[in-house]
Design a protein around this ligand. Structure first.
Ligand SMILES: [Ca+2]
Length: 311
């Protein structure tokens, strides 16, 4: 059974390697929660992505850029540029210490929003923008290029909460939305080709100990770096990573495959940060619901660690 799965995975990895690659930009607030670093790990490991750049969003963006540069270096992907977005604070979190002395590679000088616009114009209809942090850079890019929605192929966000989380069946404001509320309202109101993976889905997917153990067993420098960052993030031994951002990245990689249900809903962001269904004023958003947890995890770890990484 296991062998058949690995053979199928190998065959499909070969097919993807031959298929045209999807150009992606990952916009991330790496350094606070742990899922961003692990999502970046997927983006650089997935054979059918061509990562154009990694843009730093929200808070201490120059500090975040050092983490991204060091992680790309660990993955042997120094050629992928890191771009610094609008800085909104100088705050640091435990993961920042991992890269504070890192100087081997540096971020590019182009601001993140300029880079997003430049890539969208250079490759019209081809770029998938994956944003897994607060939306300052996407809003700034929209300011610079109001036609961004026509130039980008897709915009996939980890964002919002429509019906409720795994533990609380009622809508709630979601961090990426309310942390940059005016920017979120601009992005949701712009008529972008928007897909969101909301808390409704992400709160249902957490890393199990045996899954983390597979990453710990790997000798790959990227896996080692992710384990180092995981330990820094782990303030409570009982904490477990929720794979918020990885679900958005997985949806960008293989649209529709990892969710039982997709709804196209007219969504507005209200002044409290709720993503509300509003049939009069809402812009259509594709909402990914009911994640296939085990399928996502198996796929995610296989991409991250290689197809021979089975238990
Ligand atoms: Ca994030």
């Amino acid at each position: 059974m296991r062998l058949a799965f690995l053979v199928a995975l190998l065959l499909s990895l070969t097919a993807w390697a031959q298929a045209p690659k999807t150009k992606v930009i990952l916009d991330t607030d790496i350094g606070d929660d742990i899922d961003d670093a692990w999502a970046l790990g997927f983006v650089v490991s997935y054979p059918n992505f061509k990562p154009l750049g990694i843009t730093m969003a929200h808070g201490n963006t120059p500090g975040r850029a050092k983490i991204a540069c060091k992680l790309l270096h660990a993955a042997g992907r120094d050629a992928i540029p890191v771009l610094v977005g609008r800085q909104t604070s100088k705050q640091v979190a435990p993961q920042f210490s991992w890269a504070e002395d890192y100087e081997k590679t540096r971020p590019a000088t182009t601001p993140a929003a300029d880079f997003i616009v430049e890539m969208a114009r250079r490759y019209p209809g081809e770029v998938v923008l994956i944003a897994v942090g607060p939306l300052e850079n996407v809003a700034d890019a929209l300011q610079k290029e109001p036609n961004l929605g026509k130039l980008l192929k897709r915009v996939v966000l980890m964002s919002g909460c429509i019906y409720g989380t795994a533990t609380k069946p009622e809508p709630a404001p979601e961090y990426n939305v309310y942390a940059a509320l005016a920017d979120s309202r601009a992005v949701y109101g712009a008529g972008l080709p928007l897909t969101i993976v909301p808390l409704d889905s992400t709160t249902r997917v957490q890393l199990r100990d045996e899954e983390r153990a597979r990453v710990q067993k790997s000798r790959a420098p990227l896996a080692y770096a992710l384990e180092c960052l995981y330990r820094l993030w782990l303030s409570r031994p009982a904490a477990r990573m929720t794979l918020h951002d990885q679900l958005a990245v997985a949806e960008a990689a293989r649209p529709a495959e990892f969710f039982e249900l997709k709804e196209t809903l007219p969504i507005v962001v209200d002044d409290k940060g709720f993503t509300r269904i509003d049939r009069e004023h809402g812009k259509p958003v594709t909402v990914c619901l009911e994640p296939r947890r085990d399928q996502i995890m198996e796929y995610y770890l296989s991409v991250l660690l290689g197809p021979s990484s089975g238990k």
